[in-house]
Design a protein around this ligand. Structure first.
Ligand code: GLP
Length: 250
């Protein structure tokens, strides 16, 4: 595990974007695993800037998003489909038929999950999985609990997660109670996982996930077992890991 701390979130985003751009230069048809939430927005901004400068192309790449809320149409501004369109997909040259996001509107979400797994299997291994982490340690929407799933599945969102994500909705009741998420198996099989976190609000969970016990009570802790995990933090998110093994300040 390699943990880099940057003095600002802008630098975290720039470094994550650089890793993705480097991968696409080496392997133009790379399979990317993409995340949503506030944290990756700066990464996508930096990638769009690089694309506009002609430094990176996604033309041959494909991308799989981690998750989608159940019941939100892609036109709903809080759907992850809308998020991806706004922050990345409408701005770059990645063919939309190779930008996969689970369909939260599918009548049969179990069947949708299986279909998503088949698409992932066909694509082979994810070359790079970009990840954020929830305050309760969730990755994608794999919530803490007695067990985790390897494959894509339907998940009931915890009240903590609904509450955290209610900032994007008018009312807490508007936050969907279910989602479809890629399972932790796909993340663990990715060739490279890039975990990003920013702000002191994430400091405790960053320490717990990276230095605490490996437990399904903190899904992010599984990442300690990943053979190639790059962690990019700003100083706030790194507050509780200063001086711990593998943490370097850039
Ligand atoms: C969301 C997403 C996760 C994301 C997390 C943290 O619910 N499903 O993929 O990592 O919560 O989001 P943020 O970056 O906004 O803190």
């Amino acid at each position: 595990m390699n943990i880099s701390v940057f003095s600002s979130n802008k630098e975290v985003s720039a470094r994550a974007a650089e890793l993705i751009a480097e991968l696409l230069r080496e392997k133009p048809d790379a399979v990317l695993g993409l995340a949503t939430g506030d944290t990756p927005i700066g990464v996508y901004e930096a990638l769009v800037e690089r694309f506009k400068r002609g430094e990176v192309s996604f033309r041959q790449a494909s991308a799989f998003n981690l998750d989608e809320y159940a019941g939100l149409p892609p036109e709903h501004e809080q759907s992850y489909a809308a998020y991806m369109a706004k922050h990345l997909l409408n701005e770059i040259d990645l063919p939309l038929d190779r930008a996969y996001i689970p369909n939260g509107l599918a009548a049969d979400l179990e069947a949708e999950s299986k279909a998503y797994d088949r698409l992932l299997e066909q694509a082979g291994q994810l070359d790079l999985q970009l990840l954020g982490i929830g305050h309760n340690g969730h990755i994608g929407f794999n919530e803490p609990g007695p067990h985790l799933h390897a494959g894509t599945h339907v998940v009931a969102l915890t009240e903590e997660t609904r509450d955290a994500n209610s900032r994007y909705f008018d009312h807490l009741e508007d936050v969907p109670s279910q989602a479809v998420t890629m399972g932790v198996g796909w993340m663990m099989k990715a060739k490279h996982v890039v975990l990003i976190a920013r702000g002191e609000g994430k400091a405790a969970v960053v320490k717990e996930a990276l230095f605490g016990p490996i437990t399904t009570s903190c899904p992010g802790s599984l990442l300690q077992l990943h053979p190639r995990l790059t962690v990019l933090l700003d100083e706030g998110a790194a507050r509780d890991v200063q001086g711990l093994p593998g943490v370097r300040y850039l």
